[in-house]
Ligand binder design. Structure first.
Ligand SMILES: Nc1ncnc2c1ncn2[C@@H]1O[C@H](COP(=O)(O)OP(=O)(O)OP(=O)(O)O)[C@@H](O)[C@H]1O
Length: 297
C-alpha cells in the first residue's frame, strides 16, 4: 500500500526562551493508505499537539508532515477530524442530514450529490432514518456516529480521531469501536486515532504507536497481529491480545528497555561468573553425593 501520511523529524515548541516548552521532539512515522494506526501515550505527553501539527492547525517548529506526498501547510481539503466532544462539534440548529452535508459545501458537488453522500454516510454508520432529526434529539453515542458520518461523507484521504469514544458509556464505546473497524475496512479509509485506552488501541489498531512522556517521541511502533475480524469478547480474551496489551502497558510505564551501562554490564558478568561457580560446586556435590546445598544455606 502507498504511504498516505509521512511525519519526519517533527518538533513543536510552545513559546520562546526560558519559558519555552518542547511538546514534540524529533518524531517520525508513516501511515500506509488503508491502515488504522492508533497512538497511545501518557496524559500531557503531546498527543493533541502532534495531531494539531498533522492536521495543519498549527505549524510545527521543525520537521515536516506530508499527506499523499504533499507538504501540509494549513488545513488540507481532504483531511477530516473527529473530536471527543461530539456535543460541541455538531450544529444544534441544523438537522442531522444538514450537519453531515455541511463540509461538502466547499466541494464541487450538486445539492443532489451532497444529499446522496450524506445519506450514504448515515447508512454506513447505521443511522439511515434520522436525517431529519436534530442532534439534540439523539443519544450521545448516536451523535458521535453523526460526527463520524460527517467525517466520512467527505471521503478524506486521512481521518484523524482524537479520543473519539472517551465521552460515551462502555457499551456504546464497544459498539462504536466495532462500527469504526467495519466502516474502515469497507471504505478502505486511512485513520490515525489517539486514545488513552491501552485496550482500545490494541483492539482497534493495525498498528499501535506508543509515545513517551513529554516531550512526545515514539518509543515503539507495534504491529497488531490479530485477525481483521475482531470480537469484543473473544479477541480481548485471546493470548495475543493479552500479550500485546501487556507490552503496551509496560512501554508506557517504563519506556523501552535501556541498553545496559558499562557498570551494569560488568555487574552482570560478575553475577554470571558467580552463578556458574555455584552451579559447578553444586554439580560436584551431586556427583560426590555431598550435601553442599544445605551446608551453604
Ligand atoms: N498552547 C499552548 N501553549 C503552551 N503550552 C502548551 C500549549 N498547548 C499544550 N501545551 C503544553 O504542551 C504539552 C503537551 O500538551 P498536549 O495537549 O499536546 O498533550 P496531550 O498528550 O494531548 O494531553 P492529554 O493527554 O491531557 O490530552 C503539555 O505540557 C501542555 O501543557
Amino acid at each position: 500500500m502507498p504511504t498516505m501520511l509521512e511525519v519526519t523529524g517533527l518538533n513543536h515548541r510552545y513559546g520562546k526562551g526560558d519559558g519555552a516548552h518542547v511538546a514534540v521532539r524529533e518524531l517520525s512515522f508513516s501511515v500506509d493508505a488503508g491502515e488504522l494506526a492508533c497512538i497511545v501515550g501518557p496524559s500531557g505527553c503531546g498527543k493533541s499537539t502532534l495531531l494539531r501539527c498533522i492536521a495543519g492547525l498549527i505549524p510545527p517548529t521543525g520537521g515536516s508532515v506530508r499527506l499523499h506526498g504533499d507538504e501540509v501547510s494549513g488545513v488540507p481539503d481532504d483531511l477530516a477530524v473527529v473530536f471527543q466532544d461530539y456535543s460541541r462539534s455538531l450544529f444544534p440548529w441544523l438537522t442531522v442530514a444538514r450537519n453531515v452535508e455541511f463540509p461538502l459545501r466547499w466541494r464541487k458537488l450538486s445539492k443532489q450529490e451532497r444529499a446522496e453522500r450524506a445519506q450514504e454516510a448515515l447508512d454506513a454508520v447505521g443511522l439511515s432514518g434520522v436525517g431529519k432529526k436534530f442532534p439534540w434529539q439523539l443519544s450521545g453515542g448516536m451523535q458521535q456516529r453523526v460526527s463520524i458520518a460527517r467525517a466520512l461523507a467527505s471521503k478524506p484521504a486521512l481521518l484523524i480521531m482524537d479520543e473519539p469514544f472517551a465521552s460515551v458509556d462502555a457499551q456504546t464505546r464497544f459498539e462504536l469501536e466495532d462500527l469504526l473497524r467495519r466502516v474502515q475496512r469497507e471504505q478502505q479509509s486511512t485513520i490515525l486515532l489517539v486514545t488513552h485506552d491501552i485496550d482500545e488501541s490494541v483492539y482497534l489498531g493495525d498498528r499501535v504507536l506508543v509515545l513517551s512522556k513529554s516531550p512526545a517521541t515514539i518509543v515503539a511502533d507495534l504491529a497488531v497481529d490479530l485477525p481483521a475480524e475482531r470480537d469484543q469478547i473473544a479477541t480481548r480474551e485471546s493470548a495475543k491480545f493479552v500479550t500485546l496489551r501487556g507490552e503496551v502497558a509496560r512501554l508506557l510505564q517504563t519506556g523501552p528497555a535501556a541498553p545496559a551501562t558499562t557498570e551494569e554490564a560488568s555487574d552482570e558478568v560478575t553475577a554470571a561468573a558467580d552463578a556458574a561457580e555455584w552451579a559447578a560446586t553444586e554439580e560436584e556435590a551431586a556427583e560426590t553425593g555431598g550435601a553442599t546445598k544445605e551446608a551453604r544455606h
